[in-house]
Design a protein around this ligand. Structure first.
Ligand SMILES: [Zn+2]
Ligand SMILES: [Zn+2]
Length: 437
């Protein structure tokens, strides 16, 4: 265990920070301890150099836990795998809030050429891969470490309690079908004894410019289901299809037929739905009709009732197309994330906090995104507020900037400072304001 830089701060500096914090009033922006912005940049670069795949974030978790200990907190570790939490109790009574950051990196080989670029190699589902913080979760961890430090410095005057939640494996389980990430932390009782009145999180985002924050009330990121459809036919010679049952033709019919669910059966004015097949596997040879076809894909919706309705219709479509040819179909659906919903009242309440640090014109309404976020698991337990922090340099057109998950994704580091101040301000305003419910 190596001590964090924070642990080496002289006591006089800590005293100074505490004094600064004690001077804060509701009218001032939440204060930042001296030099914190620069340390957050250092932490982020260190994390970026040492990315770890989902459920393997052991070094990251150690860095986080050491930092929380240096702030005088008592972290819980090993939650949902490598998750870390700690509770900061303010000096006054007040509400409870949870702040969440995700820690995992992706199987992507970095190509940014940055001086702190990752050269880490690993294995993912049997394949050798490079590992990179290509989604920017290194920024999330560094920002939340910074927010924890700023809040710890104002602890005596702070109302309420804050739980810091550092979660593993947001990008999904490393092994298909495994429980991972937010869900596994909840299953292991992350909020036992600490029922939050609100849960907050943020994501760095290439589709906004640095200096901008993105918000949206209500459902704004999709549910993500991984579905598998197995079609059983009857193997025969390719020259005599009537002697068997062709599962490939059935797969093709189901695939096209399933798009009619969205085009003809769902109210498209209210409910965007995406049903994608990403993989079709069948057969071994040009002149053999195989006995089996398997399709794997994803379903994205913005409403949990619509989600279930589309699954039911998809199953119905698949089973009837299969039956019409004498085949059978079996649909299995594994949910990766529910719809991410920003609680409308909480969003209305905290949007001014974001405007205060970014400037009103820099807080923009974002569209619904068909990406998914397992922050939604936490937001199903307490009112949630999740916002985006722009990372594309102002002089680069948004549609030309490498996106999150690209090997070239290189967020403008000013996003660290803005993310830090925005999350801190929203937290302080929430704790100091009227109860959420
Ligand atoms: Zn991602
Ligand atoms: Zn992400």
């Amino acid at each position: 265990m190596s001590p964090s830089p924070r642990a080496r701060l002289p006591a006089v500096a800590l005293l100074l920070l505490a004094t600064l914090a004690a001077d804060a009033t509701a009218a001032d922006p939440a204060p930042l301890p001296a030099g914190l912005g620069a340390r957050v940049v250092e932490w982020r670069r260190d994390l970026h150099r040492h990315p770890e795949l989902g459920n393997h974030e052991t070094r990251t978790a150690r860095v986080v836990a050491d930092h929380l200990r240096a702030l005088g907190l008592e972290p819980r570790t090993g939650l949902g795998g490598t998750g870390v939490t700690a509770v900061l109790k303010g000096g006054k009574p007040g509400p409870r809030i949870a702040l969440r950051a995700d820690m995992d990196a992706l199987p992507v080989t970095e190509a940014t050429g940055l001086p702190f670029a990752s050269t880490v190699k690993s294995e993912y589902r049997g394949q050798p891969v490079g590992v990179m913080h290509a989604c920017g979760h290194d920024l999330h961890v560094a920002i939340l470490m910074g927010v924890a430090e700023a809040l710890a410095a104002m602890r005596d005057t702070l109302p309420g309690e804050v739980m810091f939640v550092f979660q593993p494996a947001e990008e999904g389980p490393p092994v298909a079908g495994e429980v991972a990430g937010a869900k596994s932390m909840l299953d292991e009782g992350v909020f036992d004894g600490f029922k939050p009145d609100a849960v907050l999180g943020l994501h760095v985002w290439s589709r906004l410019h640095a200096g901008q924050l993105g918000v949206r009330a209500g459902p704004f990121m999709a549910s993500a289901d991984e579905w598998t459809l197995e079609i059983a036919g009857k193997q025969t010679h390719g020259s005599q299809p009537w002697a068997g049952v062709d599962p490939i033709t059935v797969a093709a019919q189901v695939l096209l037929g399933s798009q009619a669910i969205i085009a003809r059966q769902v109210d498209i004015t209210a409910h965007p739905v995406v049903l994608t097949a990403g993989q079709i596997q069948s057969g071994t040879r040009f002149n053999i009709i195989p006995d089996q076809a398997t399709m794997v894909g994803t379903l994205r919706t913005f409403d949990m009732d619509v989600r279930q309705d589309v699954i039911d219709r998809f199953r119905n479509t698949a089973e009837h197309f299969a039956a019409a040819s004498g085949a059978s179909a079996r649909l299995v659906v594994a949910m990766n994330a529910p719809v991410t919903v920003n609680d409308p009242a909480l969003t209305a309440r905290l949007r001014p906090s974001l405007e205060r640090v970014a400037g009103a014109g820099n807080v923009v309404e974002v569209p619904r995104y068909t990406i998914a976020e397992d922050f939604s698991q936490f937001a199903n337990v307490a009112p949630g507020f999740y916002f985006f922090v722009g990372t594309t340099p102002p002089d680069v057109p948004l549609d030309q900037a490498p996106m999150n998950h690209s090997p070239l994704y290189a967020p403008d580091e000013s996003a660290l400072d803005l993310g830090l101040r925005a999350l801190l301000q929203a937290t302080v305003d929430f704790l100091g304001g009227p109860p959420a419910r």
